[in-house]
Design a binder for this molecule. Structure first.
Ligand code: ADP
Ligand code: MG
Length: 675
């Protein structure tokens, strides 16, 4: 018998081979499958006539084929098939592109459902490339799943149906009183109707129920984490050395930087460990805050670790901080994947002996295999995934260590407080003085030559530029494209100029060399993939050109743009895009209009809808399957209140009616802790 724990390969019609395709979607057992929710539905109920259909949006119409398919050869690789259907009132002319298989399968006088957009012309009604299914089979609301090339939505739906039919009733997880109070459907109903709803209404109540449950479980889990008894720390600092630090700093700190450092120092002075998040838009000066906090910790006799997400960034932090701090006797070392083995050993030994005060490196290295003599402070820079995972890191180093997480991800404050209820938050809401907004333009590729000339002028003034090529996640060919593009430029427009190339797959050592030459100014133009997205700081670079800008999310563009405008010279961001589809231009105009990361995130949200923007990847919470932090904010609030009530009644979730929820919590949080 099929259970939720069964391997997907045991579902009828799946087997070993296809199971692998499911694995690519993160689906291993039946539970993973049934929790793979549709991202949309298509309504194939076809209960409307062509003449009553709205134009421009997908509709389904039941119709009979009344004129046989005629083939029109247009050119190589392009064959059109034309045919006509009737819905009993209206004749619908249908064009099918290239799909010989579909065209041949259509039979005269049979009933079909056509799904697609309808166009009403003066004398005819047309449908171009509709989906066509036999009417007998396909009436109803169809789920649309996020699919892959080799496993399309229809195939997933088929397996889903088989699995759901084979599964016994789903055990209810929510206590009756909660379901009644909030008007929530039962779990069995919800799990089946979310995939194959009998009506729009059913789909909605299924959704409502599942979102509610997911957010409730999330809230309860976070509350449990929070209520874990705070351990006192023996690593309190006694003296505040911030004023000494300010004397080392080559600039005046902003008010926001002062406040953030003071917050941290006072945290470290208390008897409990610091657990703080610093949020500051790109360029707000988070590094200096980190340095200030480190300074006081070290001067109190402790060791500190500064972790960066990439080697480039770790190197850069080392290059800025080591000279600044070593003047006052602080011993700083760098530890990354490309540190030679012998040196690594030495550094580790010295860390253990307490001969190094500050270690700067990549997350993985410092987290995994380093022991300290007297570690009191761990700072994580540019951490987009903090929250729950951050706590996991913490646990590794012992609960009493002070932790500081720095992030540029714009999360609205109310939301941040709700999700990171147990973290304290400081916000850097002030940019260093003298910054000029980055002038942003959106152009098409016909401007490319002018852009190159513009860059050359900047180089003549002694400035530098970035050119970013798109890298679609996991898509290998674009790698070559960045390289190829750089080569073209080197032999063409920028012949005789010192060009550098940087991409993620390069050896760390060559990356480092290129970055260094760029920072020193010998490389004038850096052609790069998005590896420079986070943190890179070369104030002399004043131009950021982004190719195929429509391929990037706005928040990502904002991060990229943040690489320029770091000095006092006027800076430019030029977004190149030829795309006309999917309101790309409109989206890019937002970049022109706003310079504030929060505003951009807001606008992004409005345009793209919440699902896209706030993938849980960004905030480091457990992966949510159906709910959406921002879009479902109202429900989140309700769940928060509901969770409060549950905890008030049964703090340990020990009562029988809460058992199922308690299990769900460990389920959700175990997954997030292990990745
Ligand atoms: P973030 O990490 O927040 O994006 P950085 O720490 O890299 O920003 O700082 C951005 C740039 O601003 C750096 O070149 C840094 O030296 C400079 N900077 C930081 N704080 C100040 C300040 N108070 N006054 C002038 N320049 C500053
Ligand atoms: Mg930074």
């Amino acid at each position: 018998m099929l259970t939720l724990n069964s391997d997907v390969k045991y579902i009828k019609g799946v087997g070993e081979k296809r199971a692998e395709l499911f694995h690519k979607l993160g689906i291993f057992c039946v539970k993973d499958l049934v929790e793979y929710y549709p991202r949309a539905y298509q309504d194939w109920s076809a209960d409307i006539k062509a003449l009553d259909c709205p134009e421009g949006e997908p509709v389904s119409i039941k119709a009979t084929l009344i004129k046989p398919v005629k083939e029109h050869y247009v050119r190589k690789g392009m064959t059109l098939f034309k045919c006509s259907f009737s819905d009993g009132e209206t004749i619908i002319n249908v064009t099918i592109f290239n799909n010989k298989y579909l065209a041949n399968s259509l039979k005269l006088y049979e009933d079909y459902v056509l799904y697609g957009k309808l166009e009403k012309r003066l004398t005819s009604v047309e449908m171009s490339a509709p989906q066509i299914e036999k009417a007998a089979l396909n009436i109803g609301i169809h789920p649309i799943y996020p699919a892959t090339d080799r496993l399309n939505s229809k195939a997933i739906a088929k397996v889903m149906k088989t699995a759901l039919d084979a599964l016994p009733e789903f055990d209810e997880t929510l206590p009756l009183e909660i379901r009644e109070k909030f008007g929530l459907a039962g779990l069995d109903f919800a799990m089946r109707q979310i995939h194959f709803p009998d009506s729009d209404n059913n789909a909605q109540s299924a959704r409502k129920r599942l979102i509610f449950e997911e957010l409730l479980v999330l809230q309860l889990g976070l509350m449990k984490l929070k209520s874990k008894k705070k351990t006192k720390t023996k690593l309190s600092v006694t003296q505040d050395f911030t004023d000494d630090f300010y004397r080392l700093l080559p600039f005046e700190p902003t008010g926001a930087q002062r406040r953030a450092i003071a917050d941290c120092v006072s945290d470290m002075q208390s008897e409990y460990p610091m657990n703080r998040l610093i949020q500051g838009d790109v360029g707000s000066g988070k590094t200096a805050v980190a340095a200030g906090v480190i300074f006081t910790a070290v001067k109190n006799g402790y060791q500190a670790a500064l972790m960066a997400p990439t080697e480039i960034l770790a190197n850069q932090h080392f290059a800025t901080l080591a000279p600044m701090l070593s003047g006052s006797g602080i011993r700083v070392e760098l530890l990354t994947g490309s540190t030679p083995a012998k040196e690594k050993r030495e550094i580790k030994a010295r860390l253990m002996d307490g001969e190094i005060d500050l270690i700067i490196g990549t997350h993985a290295i410092i987290q995994n295999d380093v022991e300290f003599k007297k570690l009191a402070l761990v700072i994580t820079d540019e951490q987009h995934r903090f929250g729950v995972n951050q706590r996991a890191t913490l646990a590794m180093k012992g609960d009493e260590v002070h932790t500081l997480v720095m992030s540029a991800t714009p999360i609205p404050r109310t939301l941040a407080l709700m999700i990171y209820g147990d973290l304290d938050i400081s916000i850097l809401d002030e940019l260093p003085p003298g910054r000029q907004p980055v002038r942003t333009d959106v152009v098409n590729s016909s401007y490319r030559k002018r852009i190159y000339d513009f860059i050359k002028k900047a180089i003549a003034r002694g400035e530098q530029a970035y050119i970013v090529c798109p890298l679609v996640d996991g898509e290998e060919p674009t790698l070559a494209s960045a390289e190829k593009y750089a080569e073209e430029l080197a032999n063409g427009a920028f012949y005789g100029y010192n060009l550098g190339i940087l991409h993620g797959k390069m050896k760390p050592k060559s990356k480092d060399e290129i970055m260094r030459s760029f920072a020193e100014g010998s490389v004038k133009v850096l052609v790069s993939t998005t590896v420079i997205e986070v943190g890179v700081d070369v104030p002399n670079a004043t131009i950021m050109v982004i190719e195929n800008a429509e391929r990037f999310g706005l928040s990502q563009l904002h991060q990229l743009r943040g690489r320029v405008g770091r000095g006092s010279a006027g800076s430019y961001c030029i977004l190149i895009s030829d795309s006309e589809g999917d309101n790309a231009q409109e989206r890019l105009q937002i970049m022109k209009k706003y310079s504030d990361g929060f505003k951009i995130a807001d606008e992004d949200l409005k345009q793209r809808g919440p699902g896209d923007f706030f993938g849980s990847r960004q905030h480091g919470l457990p992966d949510l399957k159906i709910a959406d932090m921002l879009g479902d904010m109202e429900t989140l609030k309700i769940c928060r209140a509901c969770a409060d009530e549950i905890i008030a009644e049964d703090a340990g979730l020990d009562m029988p009616k809460h058992k199922a929820i308690a299990n769900k919590i460990s389920d959700m949080f175990r997954n997030s802790l292990s990745n």
